[in-house]
Design a protein around this ligand. Structure first.
Ligand code: FE
Ligand code: CA
Length: 533
C-alpha cells in the first residue's frame, strides 16, 4: 500500500480548494491518493433504521480486517456513495461523499433523506484506488399515516462464530420482501479463542474440519472489539444478509460482557473500571452497525440506544435496551460477588427513564406495538431432570418482576390487546404469552412473546434437548412452543393479523445447512392469544 499523507492545507491546495471537502467538516490528515493491495470493502455494506424518507448506509474500510487498524493508515479517507432506484444503478437519485476517519475505524454512517416511502433503493460506495464496493439494497418505511397491506420483519441474533456457520443468514438474505431484520444482540461474543473448539467440531461441506475459532483472548480494548467485529463481519453469509435488507440493530450482553448489568460485570470489577471496557465495546458496536449518528456513544451514559420506528399506522417498533440501564441482577448463584441483595420490589430492567418513555409511546396510534428487545419477558419455571425446581433466570425479566408488573400495568391501563414482544438470548425458540399475573400463567394474557432462536450459538440443534426440557418439565401452560433448533423467525404483519413463521436449520456445524419452516402462528390484534396454524 503506498501511503501519501497530506495535511489538510496541502490537500485543499492540491484539490482546488474548499469546495472539494464541503460538508465533510474539519479533517485531519487525509490519505489523498489511496492505493489498496486488498479489497477495502472486506466487511461488506449495510443499511439500517429505515424511516419513510431514508435509512442509514454503512461501510468500513478494512483491507486487512484482522490486522492493526484493519490495514488502514492513520489518516482519513474520502468515500463516495451512490443511491439508485434500480439494481443496475441506471437511475441514481443521490450521491455524496463521507470521510472514513481513523477515530471511527474508517467506518462511515450516511443518513439518507428525501427518498420516497415504501420502496427499495440500491446503494454502493467507492474509494479511490480500489474497486467499487458490493451493492446493498434496503426499503424505506411506509409514509406516515398510511396503512401498508403488510410488513415483513425477521428477527435474528446470537451468532457465536465458533459454534457454527451463518448459513441461516444466507437463507434470510433470500427471504422474499423483507422490510427489515431486528437483530436483538449477541452479534459478537467476547470470549477467548479455544474455549469450545474441541467440543464442537466445525466442518466444511465435505465434512473436513475447519477452524472457526475466535482470534485472541477475551476482548477488553477498543482494538480487541474492532478485531472481533472484523472477524464476524468477514463471514460471507452475514454480509449477504446485510446487503439484502435493512437491519434494526440492538445489542445484548455479549457485545460487552456476559450478563453485564449497566456498570456491573459478573466478576465484581469496580464499576468505574468496567465502564471503560463498556465504552470501548459500545464505540466498536457503533462503528460496525448501520445505526444513526444519534446512537453515537457519548460519555456518562448520555446515549439512549432505545428508539422507535414506525411502519405507517400498521406497526410501531419500540426497540428496547435491557442492558444499559438495568439494576444489577439479584444474588442467586452461590459465590456470586457482584449482585443486588433485596430490592426485588423496585429493581428495573429498563431504568426509570426508559420505562416512562415506553409507557408514553405504547398506544393505539398503530394497529400493532412490537417490543423489540433482548431477553425473556414472560415468567418461567424450570425443572432439572431429577424434578428439582431450578432457581429463577435472573438475567431475564424474571429477575425484575417489578419492571414486568409495570409493563403489564402500562398495557392493561390502556386496554391494549395489540402488544407483541420479540426476544432472543436463550438459544431456543420459545413462543407464548405474558400473563396478567405472574402466579397465574394459565390466566388472562396481556401480550404474545416470540423468542427467536440463535443463528449459530450452541451449535447443531434438535427439537427437544435437555436445554429446553427444563421448561417443558417446569410446567409452563403459557408456553405454546419451545424447541432447540437454530434459525430465525419471520413476522408478517397486516392490520387484521400477525403471522409468524419459525425457520429452522437442519445443521450449522457443517457448512451448507438447509432451512425449513417448522411452525406457524397467528395472532389477532383484538386478543393476545396464539393460534397455531
Ligand atoms: Fe447468545
Ligand atoms: Ca445474551
Amino acid at each position: 500500500m503506498s501511503r501519501i499523507l497530506l495535511s489538510r492545507r496541502q490537500l485543499l491546495a492540491g484539490m482546488g480548494g474548499l469546495a472539494v471537502l464541503a460538508g465533510l467538516g474539519p479533517v485531519g490528515r487525509v490519505w489523498a491518493a489511496p492505493r489498496f493491495h486488498a479489497d477495502p470493502f472486506s466487511l461488506g455494506v449495510a443499511a439500517g433504521d429505515p424511516l419513510p424518507d431514508g435509512f442509514v448506509i454503512w461501510t468500513r474500510l478494512a483491507p486487512e480486517p484482522l490486522a492493526e487498524h484493519g490495514g488502514m493508515p492513520s489518516a482519513a479517507v474520502p468515500v463516495r456513495w451512490e443511491v439508485a432506484e434500480d439494481a443496475r444503478f441506471g437511475s441514481i437519485v443521490r450521491t455524496g461523499e463521507a470521510l472514513a476517519r481513523p477515530e471511527l475505524a474508517h467506518s462511515v454512517h450516511v443518513e439518507l433523506a428525501g427518498l420516497q416511502p415504501s420502496r427499495p433503493y440500491w446503494y454502493r460506495f467507492h474509494v479511490d484506488g480500489a474497486d467499487t464496493s458490493p451493492e446493498g439494497v434496503a426499503r424505506t418505511a411506509p409514509a406516515p399515516g398510511t396503512t401498508p397491506d403488510r410488513v415483513r420483519i425477521a428477527v435474528a441474533g446470537c451468532q457465536a462464530y465458533y459454534h457454527g456457520w451463518f448459513d441461516a443468514y444466507r437463507h434470510l438474505a433470500a427471504e422474499p420482501e423483507l422490510d427489515a431484520v431486528f437483530h436483538y444482540g449477541d452479534y459478537i461474543y467476547e470470549g477467548a479463542a479455544g474455549r469450545t473448539r474441541a467440543k464442537r467440531p466445525i466442518q466444511d461441506e465435505n465434512g473436513n474440519p475447519v477452524n472457526r475459532d475466535h482470534v485472541g483472548g477475551e476482548i477488553y480494548s477498543l482494538d480487541d472489539y474492532r478485531r472481533r467485529y472484523a472477524l464476524y463481519k468477514c463471514d460471507p453469509d452475514l454480509k449477504a444478509a446485510h446487503a439484502s435488507v435493512a437491519f434494526v440493530s440492538s445489542f445484548d450482553d455479549h457485545e460487552v460482557d456476559n450478563d453485564f448489568a449497566a456498570a456491573h460485570d459478573q466478576d465484581g470489577t469496580p464499576p468505574e473500571v468496567f465502564r471503560l471496557r463498556r465504552f470501548a465495546a459500545m464505540q466498536a458496536w457503533y462503528e460496525h452497525m448501520p445505526v444513526r449518528p444519534a446512537l453515537f456513544p457519548r460519555p456518562h451514559d448520555r446515549t439512549a440506544y432505545y428508539r422507535r420506528l414506525d411502519y405507517g399506522r400498521l406497526l410501531r417498533m419500540h426497540v428496547l435496551d435491557t442492558r444499559s440501564h438495568r439494576d444489577d441482577q439479584p444474588c442467586v448463584r452461590p459465590g456470586q460477588e457482584n449482585c443486588r441483595t433485596g430490592g426485588e420490589a423496585t429493581a428495573s430492567i429498563l431504568g426509570r427513564a426508559q420505562e416512562d418513555w415506553l409507557d408514553q409511546g405504547l398506544g393505539r396510534d398503530t394497529h400493532w406495538n412490537l417490543l423489540a428487545q433482548q431477553v425473556f419477558v414472560m415468567p418461567l419455571k424450570a425443572r432439572a431432570p431429577d424434578g428439582r425446581e431450578l432457581p429463577p433466570f435472573v438475567d431475564k425479566w424474571d429477575g425484575y418482576p417489578a419492571s414486568r408488573a409495570k409493563l403489564v400495568r402500562s398495557i392493561t391501563s390502556k386496554n391494549l390487546t395489540n402488544v407483541v414482544i420479540a426476544s432472543g438470548d436463550a438459544h431456543m425458540n420459545a413462543i407464548g404469552t405474558v400473563p396478567l399475573r405472574d402466579d397465574e400463567p394459565d390466566g388472562p394474557a396481556v401480550a404474545t412473546e416470540f423468542l427467536a432462536s440463535s443463528i449459530s450459538s450452541n451449535g447443531d440443534g434438535a427439537l427437544e434437548t435437555p436445554h429446553v426440557r427444563r421448561f417443558i418439565d417446569g410446567g409452563n401452560p403459557h408456553l405454546a412452543l419451545v424447541n432447540d433448533l437454530r434459525g430465525y423467525q419471520v413476522h408478517e404483519v397486516s392490520a387484521d393479523q400477525w403471522r409468524t413463521e419459525v425457520k429452522a436449520m437442519d445443521q450449522v456445524q457443517r457448512k451448507g445447512g438447509r432451512i425449513r419452516t417448522v411452525a406457524r402462528f397467528a395472532v389477532s390484534p383484538d386478543r393476545p392469544q396464539l393460534h397455531r396454524l
